[in-house]
Design a protein around this ligand. Sequence first.
Ligand SMILES: Nc1ncnc2c1ncn2[C@@H]1O[C@H](COP(=O)(O)OP(=O)(O)OP(=O)(O)O)[C@@H](O)[C@H]1O
Length: 302
Amino acid sequence: MKVKIINNPSAGRTTLQKYLEVIVGRLVLQGIFTTVDKFDTKGKNDAFDEVMKIKENQYDIIVAVGGDGTLNEVVNGVMKSGINTPVTVLPAGTVNDFANHLNIPYEIDGICKMFGNGKFVDVDVCKVNENYFINVAAAGIMTDVPLKATVASKTVLGKFAYYAEGIKEIPKKLLKSVKYRFESDDETFEEDVLIFAVLNSTSAGGFKKFAPCAGLDDGKFDVCIFKRSDIFDTAAIFLKILRGEHINNSNVRYFQTDNLSVTCLQDCGIGIDIDGEDGGPLPAKFEIFPSALKFFIPEKNI
Ligand SMILES: Nc1ncnc2c1ncn2[C@@H]1O[C@H](COP(=O)(O)OP(=O)(O)OP(=O)(O)O)[C@@H](O)[C@H]1O
């Protein structure tokens, strides 16, 4: 395998990055990796820019070492440059939703085994306005500046978890709902919403069953809308996400589609969050590109 590694040295707790040399060394000795070029990112968009330089057939695989944000930049690079090079991710981030969904191992032996007997699968890629995403795009819940400092997670879904957990301490006004119009070929409706998420995989914000019906190759994305409800209902819904039972709650709207437009009906300044990174402002047009990316996964995964 001719391999391009895109390594984010600062992602997560930087544990896996320390073993990267051992992993690569072992795979080279085993003859599985024949050429290895490693690039270390220094900041935002470095991974994307580096992938944009890759030519068709230059590598057999691009390995993102980092979290969902690094993987997202690599996917955007592949999609926007139009190359067909397969991608995989080694979970070196904080949450690693996509890698967890695919059961990609965290330790040296498991990772080496994956490259020895893994397989390539075709996965759908989603797009919101100009940005591609492979896992989740979400929006909602405005925060006041002082609260932001106390919220550990930078992601919309992480903040949602924080609100639900620390629900008693949160002033009511911060659970702010916003009115949106959702339009797809199937239906159009307006709703007062706390957050909404559009998912390709089942996992988001560390919850493995956030979109329990999602499939990576079903040609559809799963939309999960949390309607305005009081803080106690929100807390109850949060607990149900762990078991994937929130989708039956009357304050949650859950459906699958292959096209969606979302417009904010208030002057709210809300933006889209793609795997924890800024995805630009609303309105948002979501599209899906069925089986558009080859992904390398362990032999036994889902
Ligand atoms: N050398 C670096 N130092 C600091 N930040 C970096 C560096 N390289 C990339 N970044 C930033 O890291 C972001 C991606 O982080 P990534 O999502 O991979 O890790 P994470 O946030 O720890 O994991 P997760 O998203 O799974 O929770 C990039 O968008 C970029 O802004």
